[in-house]
Design a protein around this ligand. Structure first.
Ligand code: ATR
Length: 289
């Protein structure tokens, strides 16, 4: 931020970015805490990313969130600029939060694992990490899920993915606690676990549903879907019918945003029922339009 400007600018870079709820989320907090700042959706193509990213400090940005498909490019750009990336970002090879400091230095972090775990702790405080979990998927989001779970002390992650090679890649990345399981074995993998996470796009609006019988799943196991549109995915609906505790993906989005807001605007924002209601209404509206 230049000293002549009082207002603090931040935003989210993605392609496409129109679907992002981050402007609504940060906009709510800016208003709630009466902070002189703004948060913009920045639609940037992969070709334009390096240049646009480099120009942001000069445009008065205190920082940005990075979403698909730029998380790796942001990591590379920060390293190329001689900036600092957090240990989590380095481990995941991806950055979702960037801070442009006043002394021109750049810092990259990845708060997705934090967001995933904070939401789990808030919504399923009874869950104990001292056990085995099954995670479906092996994309960027699942990398953050695995990092969060292992950091919390989970000893075994059964990683089920349609493309087995991607599951093996994550096992190589995270070590022997991550055990690749074939897609056909996804139901068998549910026996004796304490947590099931859907990290695939299955069940998301516009995607096919996740076909999975929960019969082998212990009734005490927490079922966590990181998909948040719709809020209640078919998986979560089935889990509720079975009597399992459930966690939806909206809280992960909210919690991953909190450290970023603090870094740019100077205060760690709260997650209030009002904020959740506003985001839920926006998601419901998106379902019907
Ligand atoms: P993100 O980076 O947001 O996590 P992604 O990298 O596109 O998104 O990952 C999507 C995940 O959903 C992947 O694990 C993908 O499985 P593949 O690695 O086999 O592609 C999974 N997925 C998407 N469609 C699927 C389907 N029809 N059946 C099973 N898995 C599916």
């Amino acid at each position: 931020m230049t000293s002549s400007e009082k207002s603090i600018h931040a935003g989210v870079m993605g392609w496409p970015v129109a679907h992002s709820r981050s402007p609504l989320l940060h906009g709510f907090w800016l208003k709630q805490y009466r902070i002189d700042g703004d948060y913009a959706a920045l639609a940037v193509t992969p070709e334009d990313f390096p240049q646009t990213f480099a120009e942001l400090p000069g445009r008065g940005f205190a920082g940005v969130n990075i979403t698909v498909p730029h998380k790796q490019a942001a990591f590379d750009a920060i390293i190329a600029a001689g900036g600092v990336v957090s240990e989590t970002a380095r481990r995941l090879g991806a950055v979702n939060t960037v801070i442009f400091h006043e002394d021109s230095s750049v810092e990259g972090d990845n708060t997705d694992a934090f967001g995933f775990m904070e939401n789990l702790k808030e919504k399923a405080p009874q869950w104990n990490p001292d056990g085995t979990v099954t995670v479906l998927g092996a994309g960027g989001a699942v990398r953050a899920v695995c990092a969060g779970l292992l950091e919390a002390g989970v000893t075994e992650i059964r990683l089920v993915n349609r493309s087995e090679e991607k599951a093996h890649e994550l096992a190589r990345m995270f070590g022997p606690s991550v055990i690749p399981v074939s897609w056909d074995e996804r139901e068998t993998s549910l026996a004796d676990i304490s947590l099931l996470v859907n990290g695939t796009s299955l069940g998301m609006s516009g995607s096919p549903p996740l076909e999975l019988s929960l019969d082998p799943l212990p009734k005490t196991a927490v079922v966590y879907d990181i998909v948040y549109a719709p809020l209640e995915t078919p998986l979560l609906r089935t889990a509720k019918i079975c009597g399992n505790p459930t966690v939806d993906g909206l809280g992960m989005l909210i919690h991953q945003a909190r450290p970023a807001f603090e870094a740019w605007f100077g205060m760690l924002p709260e997650v209030t029922p009002e904020l959740r209601e506003i985001l839920e209404a926006d998601i419901r509206e998106g379902e019907t339009t």
